[in-house]
Write a protein that binds this ligand. Sequence first.
Ligand code: FAD
Ligand code: NAI
Length: 475
Amino acid sequence: MSQTFDVVVIGAGPGGYIAAIRAAQLGFKVACIDEWKNAAGGPAPGGTCTNVGCIPSKALLQSSEHFEHATHHFAEHGISTGTVKMDVAKMIARKDTVVKQNNDGILYLFKKNKVTFFHGRGSFARAFEGGYEVAVTGDKPDTLVAKQVVVATGSSARALPGVAFDEVNVLSNDGALRIGAVPKKLALIGSGVIGLEMGSVWRRLGAEVTILEGLPTFLGAVDEQIAKEAKKAFDKQGLKIELGVKVGEVKVAKKGVSVAYTNAKGEAQTLDVDKLIVSIGRVPNTNGLNAEAVGLKLDERGAIVVDEECKTNLPGVWAVGDVVRGPMLAHKAEEEGVAVAERMAGQHGHVNFNTIPWVIYTSPEIAWVGRTEQQLKADGVAYKAGTFPFMANGRARALGDTTGMVKFLADAQTDEILGVHIVGPMASELISEAVVAMEFKASAEDIARICHAHPSLSEATKEAALAVDKRTLNF
Ligand code: FAD
Ligand code: NAI
């Protein structure tokens, strides 16, 4: 027996569950299939983001930041705490509770919006005139029929060639989020977003952390000035980052891992650690889809080929999120999910790829939107730059967190904001103003003329906008 829907969504990560909800809001009869299992084997919708990504990593970043404040910064405020202890098991249990709240929240949203949820793997069975048959395998096998299918199957951690994740010694993002005790020595391969966030968590809790990065430059996609400022802060914290290394043999013993590598000077090195986290990027999840059954086109990386509207080569089949081109970010997946649902309903869903913000939730946080100074130079765009340091911001001083700056890049002729780059406290929140401004094609002067609350970190944003015209008031 098969069940018929207007839309079947495969994957309930931020791309899939949001597409399903928006499609249901628009009047479609929607099914969403997801195979993620919680520890008890039950459904755990929310994908990588909810289960082993954005949410749990931010929970651990918060716990570890509290620990670091208690051990290093409370004294400045006159607070003495005695010996501060870290109960790692409790921290992980709290993180699991946060994850479960999000899983349950999505199941509730499905009910509220009348999305039918199927727990299991979804794969293409066949195409027929005007639709598709999608098989659900799992505890309750089923066959779903729909005119439109949205594939939102996400991505998984990329392993080093020949070094499989055992999640005990060699960890992906999954294992990195449930280490049972603070490792004495921890290595990470890749100083990208996960490397820096997870490296920060375990360093704050007392691990000796070394990050081995293949590229000679630190955070190459980030504005150089901002990356340099961030690197200075990480160096000061004792987060050891070795750039330009070539990782060689990785030997895994019962207890611990030995990583052979060549450093930037070409010298052979060995790093012996208790745990190794491999964070060298992610690969799209298309293995279980049976794409060949319907002729769904994949690229050489295994990603689903889509146009800018997320249409695949098959009529009525769409794909969104990490499984397609573009940045692997939850909010990008969500925006694509909404846009696809609206396009299915004949509306004009739109995603502006130029105003997708990035945030790295380290301390200091790093956030940006738009083009970097090096990109503008490469593109031959005449620009003006303005920066303002948090050191000169009253709220940052009161917080005791004056690292970093806000940087504006604006068109030399029109003053239109082309990029905003922040390293410093609450950069993740501050960047929203810049996103709104860029979405409305604001000029730096527009931001400079807007009243910002005092004392607030956002005054640094206003001052950086003023700095574009070389007229900061507080620096
Ligand atoms: P996913 O979230 O990966 O969801 C895909 C879902 O599809 C999964 O539940 C999977 O089980 C399911 N699935 C796959 N194949 C099938 C199938 N055949 N049948 C049924 N179900 C299937 N992004 C941010 O924007 N901010 C952050 O702070 C952030 N932090 C991160 C931290 C870490 C450690 C990691 C790893 C990632 C982080 N990301 C962050 C990235 C973010 O998690 C992804 O960009 C986002 O989850 C992509 O959403 P998605 O819906 O495309 O895929
Ligand atoms: P990444 O692409 O951010 O960084 C990978 C790093 O590994 C790069 O610097 C790369 O040069 C390096 N690398 C690759 N191969 C290597 C090798 N063999 N040896 C040494 N270094 C090597 O990937 P990461 O950190 O795995 O994260 C994956 C994605 O997940 C991110 O790109 C991002 O899209 C998403 N994410 C987003 C977060 C956020 O928004 N705050 C947090 C965490 C992840």
